[in-house]
Design a protein around this ligand. Structure first.
Ligand code: 5AD
Ligand code: SF4
Ligand code: FES
Length: 357
């Protein structure tokens, strides 16, 4: 049955649900197929995106997130421009190819102009060689355009959950958290010319395997270039913590996430898929396992160590005591263990983006 589905060239929602429901034996078949598709369409190279967690200041209040505005216990920080530049220089000198600047969502012209300046400075410092991905939330088309023109060329904005009916379960119902707005933002990014990345959380309370199959179909329908997704992990200082007893066990969440990565690789063969940090928050080998079954992007943490434990989106987030050098070495070893090869000095753009443009 599973084998029959895996031979197909196209997949219905029913097929996807069946693949995601694969048991321990069946999932080996799904993983093997995903490995094969990965080799054929994107090869075994894994590309680095050095991650700079620029700030945990956030104007939003997503119910699941540890750095939501409402968490008064979070100690707020912002990395200095000097430190961002140093981290970017480290990435450049170590041939990481690209960096990601991620932060809570903020607006205002002082902020957006400063970010624009930072992007410009990084581009200049690296002779235009370092690729820049931004992950700074929903912004106006004008802001997206200014950052694009400054040199950023990829943008990550997770839809978090593609079912508009579920969206209000995880977000306050106010004008800062509107599903349609978020979807529109993905379209603005695309219009401006970015390679567009999105993603979802897996194993949320109330979420079903059908919802997850719809998430995969959502990525396909919106012709997304890159995906980052991982298990939902509870955080004590958030409103969703009250559902902790309704969640599926962590290991199940992990394997469901791994199946999501594998099935997505089978469905969208030429996109970039990240081996996310949340995978490793559950399984110490989580990121290697993701690479094995289809992921081809990894984000070594470059955030100055003193800030790391304040960017705590969820519990057990790894790498909070390490520094850039340790994460680099650690990931090198991990990628080699997973049979991957690091694409040093390459941007490793989404092949899908090239194929569609
Ligand atoms: N568990 C897992 N992922 C989370 N994120 C935020 N909070 C959590 C959580 N509790 C993810 C969101 C966001 C990304 C930066 O981190 O998907 O887009
Ligand atoms: Fe802010 Fe992002 Fe956390 Fe939502 S998920 S509260 S937008 S940092
Ligand atoms: Fe950071 Fe392993 S990647 S310690």
């Amino acid at each position: 049955m599973i084998n029959q589905i895996l031979k197909q060239g196209a997949f219905s929602k029913k097929d996807l649900v069946r693949l995601l429901a694969a048991d321990e034996e069946e999932r080996k078949l799904v993983f093997a197929k995903a490995e094969e598709v990965k080799q054929k369409y994107v090869g075994n190279k894994v590309y680095y995106r050095g991650l700079i967690e620029f700030s945990n200041l956030c104007g939003k209040n997503c119910y699941y997130c540890g750095i939501r505005a409402g968490n008064k216990k979070a100690h707020r920080y912002e990395v200095t421009e000097q430190e961002v530049l140093e981290a970017a220089r480290y990435a450049w000198e170590n041939k990481f190819g690209s960096i990601v600047i991620q932060a809570g969502e903020r607006s205002g012209s002082r902020y957006t102009q400063r970010m624009e300046r930072i992007v410009r400075m990084i581009k200049q410092m690296s002779n235009g060689e370092l690729g820049i991905t931004l992950s700074l939330g929903e912004q106006s088309e004008e802001t997206y355009r200014r950052w694009f023109e400054a040199g950023a060329h990829r943008y990550l904005l997770r839809i978090e959950v593609s079912n508009p009916k579920l969206y209000p379960k995880y977000h306050p119902e106010n004008k800062k958290h509107i599903y349609q707005e978020r979807l529109d933002a993905l379209y603005r990014l695309r219009k401006v010319g970015y390679q567009v990345g999105t993603g979802v959380m897996i194993g949320l309370p109330f979420q079903t395997v059908e919802d997850l199959a719809d998430d995969l179909l959502f990525f396909q329908k919106h012709d997304i270039d890159m995906i980052g997704m991982g298990p939902y992990i509870e955080h004590e200082e958030t409103p969703m913590f009250k559902y902790k007893d309704k969640l599926i066990p962590k290991m199940e969440r992990f394997y469901l996430s791994l199946k999501m990565v594998a099935v997505l690789r089978i469905l969208m063969k030429d996109i970039n898929i990240a081996a996310t940090t949340a995978m490793q928050a559950i399984d110490p080998m989580g990121r290697e396992k993701s690479i094995k079954v289809g992921a081809n992007i990894i984000m070594p943490n470059l955030t100055p160590t003193k800030y790391r434990e304040d960017y705590l989106l969820y519990e057990d987030k790894p790498c909070t005591d390490e520094d850039a050098e340790e994460c680099k070495r650690c990931l090198e070893a991990r990628i080699h263990m997973a049979g991957g090869q690091i694409g040093y000095g390459e941007w490793g753009d989404s092949k899908h983006f090239k194929n569609r443009s």
